[in-house]
Design a protein. Structure first.
Ligand code: HEM
Length: 238
């Protein structure tokens, strides 16, 4: 007699048709990224009064910083599109195109971000190293993800691209963390920072540089393992 058995389906589709309101994170993801882009990027389009920008030594420095910001902006938009399940399910062609654009843009963006990290005038070395490692990991995770898709290893490709997106999005989280740290450290203004708001702000910046990309990377790992629960289906044994 036929026995119903439970088997695992490793090829279960990653994105079943689920309405967007059942994925409540997609709205805040877009909203926070859009806010960041509208708030921070326009200042770096065209050479302006340096007082409006992060401190820069010369025009070449400006080109490197604004280059990483423009390319970073495109990669952030692609990143949001790639993570949008509705787009992935309903417009796979758009998903493929934005995926290619993302990889193409991250390559120069991460290299420029690496130089930006060590050229920064206001970030202390402890923060420069944190940014330098972030830029390197961003490049490596994207290259590894790209290599996997070229070799047809789609599950590995997906995992590495999620890591790459987490690192890209960490730049937005960084700006949120910096405010949280500044408020959190403020009771120490007189006792530890000797009344210097600059010292407190620098410390908050370094803390947020390190913790933002570590936090988004750890979150991505948790998210992937949480979703890796095998789907079960009832099959009939022959
Ligand atoms: C993930 C790797 C990245 C690293 C390591 C990085 C590094 C840096 C550094 C070190 C600065 C400060 C420059 C200075 O003090 O001279 C900076 C500024 C900036 N970056 Fe990035 N960046 C990265 C990605 C991105 C992305 C994806 C965007 C998206 C648009 C972006 C947008 C900006 C903006 C707007 C500024 C100017 C500061 C501000 O107004 O917030 N960055 N970045």
């Amino acid at each position: 007699m036929d026995q119903p058995t439970v088997t695992e389906t490793p090829t279960a589709p990653a994105t079943a048709k689920v309405p967007w309101w059942r994925r409540p994170w997609i709205v805040p993801l877009w909203a926070i990224s859009a806010l960041f882009l509208v708030w921070r990027v326009p200042d770096y389009v065209g050479y302006k009064d340096p007082g409006a920008l992060v401190e820069m030594s010369d025009y070449q420095h400006f080109l490197i910083v604004s280059g990483h910001i423009m390319l970073g902006g495109v990669s952030l938009i692609c990143c949001c599109m790639q993570l949008w399940p509705w787009l992935r399910t309903n417009h796979p062609k758009v998903h493929r195109v934005t995926g290619r654009v993302y990889v193409l843009v991250v390559l120069p963006a991460s290299v420029l971000a690496f130089f930006t990290s060590f050229m920064s005038i206001t970030t202390p070395p402890s923060g420069q190293v944190g940014n330098g490692i972030l830029a390197t990991l961003w490049l490596l995770t994207t290259l590894i993800g790209f290599r996997h898709v070229r070799n047809g290893r789609y599950a590995d490709h997906r995992r590495w691209m999620i890591r790459s997106f987490a690192l890209c999005f960490s730049i937005v989280v960084n700006r949120l963390f910096i405010g949280v740290y500044a408020v959190g450290f403020s009771p120490l203004l007189d006792s530890f920072y000797g009344g210097s708001v600059d010292r407190l702000a620098t410390d908050a910046a370094v803390a947020s540089i390190w913790s933002s990309w570590v936090a988004t990377l750890v979150f991505a790992e948790w998210w992937m393992t949480r979703r890796r629960k095998p789907r079960k289906r009832v099959a009939t044994a022959a």
